[in-house]
Design a protein around this ligand. Sequence first.
Ligand SMILES: CC(C)(COP(=O)(O)OP(=O)(O)OC[C@H]1O[C@@H](n2cnc3c(N)ncnc32)[C@H](O)[C@@H]1OP(=O)(O)O)[C@@H](O)C(=O)NCCC(=O)NCCS
Length: 184
Amino acid sequence: MENKIIHTAITKTGKTVSFRYPTIDDAEILMNYINKISAEKSFILLQGEQQSLEEETKWLKDKLEKIDKNKCVYFLGFIDNNLVATAEITLGSFVKKHIGSFGICVAKKYRGEGIGKILMDSVIKESIKNIKDLKIIELEVFANNPIAQELYKKMGFIEFGRMPEGIKHKDNFIDAILMYKKVK
Ligand SMILES: CC(C)(COP(=O)(O)OP(=O)(O)OC[C@H]1O[C@@H](n2cnc3c(N)ncnc32)[C@H](O)[C@@H]1OP(=O)(O)O)[C@@H](O)C(=O)NCCC(=O)NCCS
């Protein structure tokens, strides 16, 4: 079973990309997608670690519960039935229940053709609409990832802090840059 398409757009190279929420049936394609990006040791949390189908299913169930409660927006981007991008905004709890944490990644082959920007815009708009308590979106970015920093600045995010050596990336200690955007 698939969810309905929320947004469709054309990339800079003329491909049609469609965004939709996940269903539990997406666990396996999400596992394959995240394991490939993890192996790349890109600028994401996972640095080579591989998720089992059981772990991915558990993670996805938790997301689906939060989506059901309007505490999360999570979009999968598809081109010709291939999963090419994911992005989410997940609301915090207690004193942080007005703050959504943002995360995004685009499959290597599809980077630099506008998908990240379109997806980010789409997820932010959907979260403003669907997550009633959301006031601020926050994110963390590797200091050695200028492409993502540029994207976030273009989307109106402002740096508010930096943890020196907050990230260990490929045996180097890199600063973690914190950014936010007020949306309501
Ligand atoms: C960061 C990432 C999500 C951006 O998505 P993308 O689809 O590649 O980005 P876009 O093509 O939409 O480009 C958005 C902006 O990023 C910058 N950018 C993208 N590719 C670039 C490149 N090769 N060189 C320099 N800047 C680049 C530009 O500022 C661009 O804006 P523009 O279209 O106005 O020129 C994607 O590259 C990615 O997943 N990278 C690996 C994982 C990652 O870094 N995740 C973010 C963790 S914080």
